[in-house]
Design a protein around this ligand. Structure first.
Ligand code: 5GP
Length: 108
């Protein structure tokens, strides 16, 4: 199924974004409404609505592990010495865009 979210549109280049990192599996771009000095969103290109949709399988663990490693890699590429990662899960968890993403933020 095609990813109908704004992040799907960014991945398909139908919407502009300030992309700071991209590889075959992931993309990272600046949040349009930054709430820290550095505020990046790291997403898999595969359409996965929320963190809760990752299957509890070896494959799910590897995909999720690579997402976190990619957030670390982006932080390193941006030269961040300290940062925090945040994931909203579901509407009641504060999630607005239903394509899984990690907020990578730093005020350091
Ligand atoms: P959530 O609350 O779903 O975890 O976070 C969604 C984030 O996406 C918000 O911080 C919001 O500012 C950001 N966002 C929403 N629409 C766009 C957009 O079109 N472009 C970019 N770069 N960020 C967006």
């Amino acid at each position: 199924m095609e990813n109908p979210t704004v992040f799907g549109k960014i991945i398909r280049r139908e919407l502009p974004a300030d992309i700071v990192y991209e590889d075959e599996e992931f993309i990272a771009f600046k949040d349009i409404r930054p709430r820290s000095k550095v505020h990046i969103l790291v997403c898999p290109k595969e359409y996965i609505p929320t963190l809760a949709h990752y299957p509890e399988t070896e494959e799910g663990a590897l995909k999720l592990g690579r997402l976190m490693l990619t957030a670390n890699k982006v932080a390193r590429l941006l030269g961040l010495e300290g940062y925090f990662l945040r994931i909203h899960v579901g509407e009641k968890g504060g999630q607005e865009v239903f394509h899984v993403h990690v907020h990578l933020r730093s005020d350091a």
